[in-house]
Structure formats: C-alpha cells, structure tokens
Design a protein around this ligand. Structure first.
Ligand code: HEM
Ligand code: HEM
Length: 238
C-alpha cells in the first residue's frame, strides 16, 4: 500500500519546475509591488495605506521586466513539452461531463491556459505604460486602466489555478511543483545533450514541421509570442 502511494506521488519535470517557479516568483513580486504602486499613487478603489514609497514604481517595473524576460521560455515549454496540460481540441466536449474527474482535469487545463493569456495581457499592457504618468497624477490613460484590469484578471487566474489544482491533486500536487528533488533521467546535466540533439534536428530540417499542422494551439502560441515581441517593439519605438 505504501509502495502504491509512493508511486502515485505526483512528479513534475525539473525544467517545468524551474521555468514555472521563476515565472511565478517574479510575477508574484510584480503583483505585490503593483499593489503598493497603486496604493502610493492612486487608491481610487480603496487603499490599505501602505507607507508612501515612490521608488516602488521602479521596483515594480523591474520585477515586471524579469517576468517578461523569462515568460517566453515558459510559453515554449508549456506549448511543447507541457502541451497535454493546456486546453485540448476536445476540451469543450469534455466540459459537458460536469462534476466527473475528467471535467476537473479539463477545467485545470483551461485555467493553465487562462493563466498564460492573463500574463500576456499584464505584460503587454505593462510595456505600454509610461513611468511618468503616475508621478504626474495622470491616472486616466487607457493603457493604465488596461494594466489595472490585468492585475485583477491575473490575481483571479492564479486563485482559480491554485483552487483547481488543490481540488484535482490536493497538497501533494501543489507541493510537487515546489520541490527540488529530481529523477536521474530528468537531471539538468542532460539538458545540454537535449539541446544539441534539438539543434541537430533543426539543421536536418525539423523546422519545416514546426507549424504543421496549423492547429488552434499553434495559433495561440504564435499569438502569445508575437504579442510579447510586439510589446518590446512598440515600447522601443514610443
Ligand atoms: C504560486 C504558486 C503556484 C503553484 C503552487 C502552482 C502549481 C501548479 C501545479 C501543481 C501545476 C501542475 C498541474 C498538473 O500536473 O496538471 C501547474 C501547472 C501550470 N501552472 Fe502553475 N502554480 C503556481 C503559479 C502559477 C502562475 C503564477 C502561473 C502563471 C503563468 C502558472 C501557470 C501554469 C501553467 C501554464 C501550467 C501548465 C504547465 C504545463 O503546460 O506543463 N502557475 N501549476
Ligand atoms: C499582474 C500584474 C502586473 C504585471 C505582471 C505587471 C508587469 C509590468 C511590466 C512588464 C511593466 C514594464 C516594465 C518595463 O518595461 O520596464 C510594467 C510597468 C508598469 N506597471 Fe505593471 N504590472 C502589473 C500590474 C500593475 C498595476 C496594478 C499597476 C498599478 C499601479 C502597475 C503599474 C505599473 C507602472 C506605473 C509601470 C511603469 C513603470 C516602469 O516601467 O518602470 N502595474 N508592469
């Protein structure tokens, strides 16, 4: 029985834990400092009166930037190695089976995908912000409103993500994302070999199959990556 339980213990690939953990940590820091920035400069929807700290805007921008830098790697992982844990072509049919385990798994995949979309929106709208707006009391810019909304959407997406993961796998599943142990075949020592193999395949022409077949998920992945690229470009041109 003990053995059975040990086998059933959830395990997350180490690369996923690294990318998911870095994105999550930077994002949570961005969310907390975002609130403090709002509390310092805005407060129209209520305040908890944190100390007024003007440098918090720059600190928030820095955490936002780190999230933006690591996010594309996490997106590539999630849409390739982690594809099974995002929405599937038959997700809508599965959602008809309300309350069954498959319904919860499907919902979980939906919220994983939602978290990626919510973060894309938060990062894009952040890149459209101008650091001079809040210190000058300019609180009515459309992109500022969009960025504020992105915070609410992001916090709701994470809350749903955690609740559904807790429902599907309980504490063991949540903790499986936060541990450091890895299996031998999942060791970072092998990553370089995997990368060389991947590069070898690319040179052999594997790239020709990258967007084939052009499914909804490939379209979604391209849309997210293009949005991130566009956010950089637009903010550079501005
Ligand atoms: C704050 C603590 C967090 C915990 C404890 C947590 C927990 C988890 C767990 C347990 C899984 C695996 C689910 C499974 O095996 O089916 C997972 C997957 C995932 N999480 Fe989180 N999560 C957190 C934050 C976030 C955040 C902030 C994002 C925002 C982008 C996020 C996005 C994802 C995605 C996209 C997947 C699927 C990965 C894949 O495709 O393989 N998570 N998370
Ligand atoms: C999930 C929530 C949020 C994320 C992920 C996020 C992310 C970002 C990103 C990536 C930037 C651009 C940084 C740069 O290019 O230097 C940024 C800028 C900014 N954000 Fe946020 N943000 C969030 C919520 C908020 C909220 C609620 C506020 C409200 C006050 C806010 C205020 C700002 C300001 C004022 C800037 C411009 C400052 C700067 O660029 O240094 N953010 N944010």
């Amino acid at each position: 029985m003990t053995r059975k339980l040990a086998l059933a213990k959830p395990y997350q690939p180490f690369l996923l834990r690294v990318l998911h953990g870095l994105t999550g940590l930077c994002l949570i820091a961005a969310i907390l400092t975002a609130y403090w920035t709002y509390d310092t400069y805005d407060g129209r929807w209520g305040r908890i009166s944190l100390p007024t700290y003007q440098a918090i805007e720059g600190i928030h921008g820095t955490f936002g930037l780190w999230t933006l830098l690591i996010f594309p790697a996490f997106v590539l992982y999630a849409f390739h190695r982690g594809q099974r844990r995002l929405i599937q072509p038959d997700s809508f049919d599965k959602l008809a089976q309300v309350g069954k385990p498959i319904w919860w798994y499907t919902l979980n995949r939906g919220t994983n995908t939602l978290a990626l979309l919510a973060l894309t929106f938060a990062l894009f709208s952040g890149k459209m912000m101008d650091e001079t707006w809040l210190p000058q009391g300019e609180l009515t810019h459309a992109w500022y409103y969009a960025h504020l909304i992105s915070w609410v959407v992001m916090v709701s997406a994470i809350a749903l993500h955690l609740l559904i993961n807790a429902k599907v796998g309980g504490t063991p599943l949540l903790l499986s994302m936060l541990t450091w142990q890895f299996r031998d075949q999942d060791s970072p020592a092998l990553w370089l070999a995997h990368l060389s193999q991947w590069w070898f395949d690319v040179r052999q022409g594997a790239w020709a199959r990258w967007f084939q077949p052009m499914t909804m998920m490939v379209g979604l992945e391209i849309a997210i990556l293009v949005s991130i690229g566009a956010a950089w470009l637009i903010s550079l041109v501005k």
